[in-house]
Design a protein around this ligand. Structure first.
Ligand code: PLP
Length: 839
């Protein structure tokens, strides 16, 4: 049982002065002005929008903290199982708007700010995005935090507090330039926990000996120690008192600030060297999406974060004084991809080397505690670490991994004696030069459940990368949890007018807690007034995006044109190249038209956005091509408003919140079988945007939900991809004729120096077109023509938009979290109690 720190006789005084939530504009103003005048030391005379943002954020932070305290107290006293979500990325975006809406006080704050002389919109836009992630994987983790809190699950997120999040992207002369994202100048949403520091060890050597009872003992000695410092970020649920915790670890030198002896002897530079080396660990997010690079610092980050998190989780468990066998009944740890896989050998190390458990008992605990989410089947994204590197950095963990592998291989040998070939394939250690540790196999073997993130993807992992393991463990170890998105941020916050319109029809905002209620909108599909308002909202959102485009690129676009959007990380498998080749094809068609023919053309704005990993040359070439095409097309008087091509700089969460509600068509056109799920497809649909897509990832389930009439599918199927690739390599390769035309004009210099695009074209023409751009080009172009025709029938299009929104109920991340809780975590919700009701 847990004791309160204040003795009973003194609690009365404490309770008397407990701060209360503000509920009126006046109370909000009082809090905000107090923070501006005192916490920030600004005044009536020098309060700009930045300071007003800071004051507002601090006023809301106070509210969150009160709920946070209550939530943590309730969870501690209730002493039930908790979820620990380990993710190297949390792509949170801005926090203020979300906090105001989740605690249902945005109107109060708007009125208050207006009294103080500010406009809500200007204040919200002052906030720097918390961009601690690359793309879908990190944003998923953020949506999951929102859902876990909103559904009252006792849950913690654990991540790294990068000093630099994903870089800012600038476009200079049509090229991507990376600029550091220093986001911590002012961050009111985190609390440094000065009392929570964990020593994390690296390098050193392992000593083994027999103790007096003849038992083998093991210790990890020497090397270097780095301190992990906890920074806590409150995560408020929607209209509930639950406020969960996201704990981010920062690194610092173990031995205080700097080496005083070196400093005194005049060696100033090396006096701070240790400190700087330690701080490097949490300095920067690796900017690769779906690509692993095997850098030592990355492995250090992973272990640093796993070790600190596990220490914290074990410490919390030990406070309950339970037996170790209870650990899996109290702790569910979810591994978001293989990045936190070292948590498995780390927990074994703690249990065996430090707590003295036997291997079998420790393994029993570990293998009931972890769940592993796979996010990709792309070979270049599957994590492997070289054995020599791991030996050097984490010698004890490597031994444990070898022990796990030995036990596993012996188990397989016993159970599949006739299948010796399998042993080499399934070994955690790849017998390459150098040997490599296959992290996905380690994660799978150490977890009790493995899940993919959309139906097709979950099927694919069972027939490709994990085929042997399905035979070994049986199919029940594998499951699917199709990704989802939080409707709070991606509908209510991003598209307040649509949220209000839906609420007016459904009799309130309940649908934000149960998204399946959206199906009731179908009853209004013929309601003239509703249809009109729905269209007006879409148009207003497009006007807002057009304004942002004007401000950021200088280009004017017509909001009445069809907005065609592809925003996501730039990647060959996501096929932005297919999109831009399609745009060039369209441009050539328009150029060849008579004035009469042009009148029939559906005007379009093609909008691209997304970052390329700094070392990913092909992706950078695509960005350059898009910009070059934009330069030519947007200045061509023959084309005018019929076609505009925009590249939006620095795509991030807060831009996504403006872009998603403003699209008519968005593109989710990955080579079939390559995109695990995608989540932006769901965000667009939830905002009444239709999609053009391949039969890939969650597009398939979106089709099942919205109906084939409401989605524009094209292209080859996943099951045919391998044969097509094979054919490219061994048969004479014939390029799609329309695509050949596109390549001709690129090669003739229509978009500037042809040489700079040659690798992109050669990859298709000469190197086997791995991503099947040419195979899918014909059906892509044809489908775009169907979209033009469908868009012209505004009534029919309106029906499609409304039906799409009405049928998106399945894609709430609340549904995902309930599925995880039931099928993987076995965790129950827990509503925070008032302090007085606690034991
Ligand atoms: N990047 C950002 C900034 C996002 O908001 C999202 C959200 O969906 C993604 C990437 C993921 O996009 P996709 O699912 O299209 O890969």
């Amino acid at each position: 049982s847990v004791e309160a720190s204040i003795p009973e006789p003194q609690r009365e005084a404490w309770r008397k002065f407990m701060p209360k939530h503000f509920t009126t504009a006046e109370e909000f103003e009082k809090e905000t002005v107090r923070h501006i005048e005192t916490t920030l030391a600004r005044s009536l005379y020098n309060c700009d929008e930045g300071a007003a943002y800071a004051g507002t954020a601090l006023a809301f932070r106070d509210r969150l903290v009160l709920d946070w305290n209550k939530t943590q107290q309730t969870q501690t006293f209730a002493d039930q199982k908790r979820i620990y979500y380990l993710s190297l990325e949390f792509l949170m975006g801005r926090a203020l708007d979300n906090a105001m809406l989740n605690v249902d006080q945005k109107d109060v704050a708007s009125a208050g700010l207006s009294d103080l002389g500010f406009r809500m919109e200007d204040i919200i836009s002052q906030e720097h995005d918390a961009a601690l992630g690359n793309g879908g994987l990190g944003r998923l983790a953020a949506c999951f935090l929102d859902s876990m809190a909103s559904l009252n699950y006792p849950a913690w997120g654990y991540g790294l507090r990068y000093r630099y999040g994903i870089f800012k992207q600038e476009i200079v002369d049509g090229y991507q330039v990376e600029v550091p994202d220093y986001w911590l100048d002012f961050n009111p949403w985190e609390f440094q926990r000065h009392d929570i520091e964990v020593d994390v060890q690296f390098y050193g050597q392992v000593n083994k000996w027999q103790d007096d009872e003849g038992k083998q003992q093991c210790s990890w000695e020497g090397g270097e120690i780095v301190k992990a410092v906890a920074f806590d970020v409150p995560v408020p649920g929607y209209k509930t008192a639950t406020c969960n915790n996201l704990r981010l670890w920062g690194s610092k030198a173990a031995s205080g600030e700097f080496d005083f002896q070196k400093f005194n002897s005049g060696d100033y530079e090396s006096s701070v060297a240790e400190q700087q080396r330690a701080e490097t660990i949490s300095a920067v997010l690796y900017p690769n999406d779906n690509l692993e690079r095997g850098k030592e610092l990355r492995l250090k980050q992973q272990y640093f974060w796993c070790a600190a998190s596990l220490y914290d989780i074990v410490r919390r468990f030990k406070k309950t004084n339970r037996a170790w066998k209870d650990f899996p009944n109290q702790v569910a740890i979810q591994l978001n991809d293989t990045h936190p896989t070292l948590a498995i050998p780390e927990l074994l190390r703690i249990l065996i080397d430090i707590e003295g458990l036997e291997w079998d008992d420790a393994w029993g605990i570990v293998s009931k505690t972890f769940g592993y989410t796979n996010h990709t089947v792309l070979p270049e994204a599957l994590e492997k670490w070289s054995v020599p590197l791991m030996q050097h950095l984490l010698p004890r963990h490597l031994q444990i991994i070898y022990d796990i592998n030995l036990q596993f291989l012996q188990f397989v040998e016993r159970n599949f004696p006739k299948n010796r070939d399998m042993l080499g394939r399934i070994s955690i250690i790849e017998e390459s030069q150098p040997k490599m540790v296959r992290m996905a196999y380690l994660a799978l073997i150490g977890s009790h459940k493995v899940n993919g993130v959309a139906e097709l993807h979950s099927d694919l992992i069972k027939t490709t990368i994990f085929k042997d393991f399905v035979e070994i463990f049986g199919p029940d170890k594998f499951t699917n949890v199709t990704n989802g998105i939080t409707p709070r941020r991606w509908l209510h916050q991003a598209n307040p007018r649509l949220s209000a319109l839906i609420a007016s029809k459904l009799g309130g905002h309940e649908f934000l807690k149960d998204l399946t209620l959206l199906h009731k909108l179908e009853a209004f599909v013929d309601d003239k007034e509703f249809r009109k308002e729905f269209r007006e909202i879409k148009y207003a959102n497009k006007v807002k995006l057009a304004k942002l485009i004007k401000e950021t690129t200088g280009d004017s676009v017509n909001p009445s044109a069809l907005f065609d959007v592809q925003v996501k990380r730039i990647h060959e498998y996501k096929r932005q190249q297919l999109n831009i080749f399609g745009v060039i094809h369209r441009y050539l068609q328009i150029k060849a038209m008579s004035a009469e023919e042009k009148k029939k053309v559906q005007p379009r704005v093609s909008i691209f956005g997304g970052k390329a990993a700094p070392g990913y040359w092909m992706a950078k070439t695509v960005i350059h091509l898009v910009n070059q095409v934009g330069k030519v097309v947007n200045n061509d008087k023959d084309v005018g408003d019929l076609l505009k091509v925009i590249f939006m700089e620095d795509y991030n969460v807060s831009k996504a919140e403006i872009i998603c509600p403003a699209s008519d068509i968005s593109e989710h056109i990955s080579t079939a079988g390559t995109e695990a799920s995608g989540t932006s497809n769901m965000k667009f649909c939830l905002n009444g945007g239709l999609i053009i897509g391949t039969c890939d990832g969650a597009n398939i389930e979106i089709t099942r939900e919205v109906g084939e009439n409401n989605i524009f599918l094209f292209g080859n199927l996943a099951e045919d991809v391998e044969d097509l690739r094979h054919a490219h390599l061994y048969q004479k390769y014939v390029l799609d004729p329309a695509l050949a035309n596109v390549f001709d004009v690129i090669q003739n210099g229509m978009f500037g120096d042809a040489q700079s695009f040659s690798a992109l074209l050669n990859g298709i023409v000469e190197h086997g077109d791995y991503y099947l751009v040419s195979d899918d080009f014909g059906s892509y172009v044809e489908t775009q023509e169907k979209i033009d025709a469908a868009y012209k029938d505004s009534e029919e299009w309106t029906t499609k938009m409304i039906q799409t929104v009405a049928r998106m109920g399945f894609f709430s991340s609340d549904r995902c979290i309930d599925e995880y809780a039931e099928t993987i975590w076995n965790v129950e919700p827990l509503v925070p109690k008032e302090e007085a009701n606690l034991p």
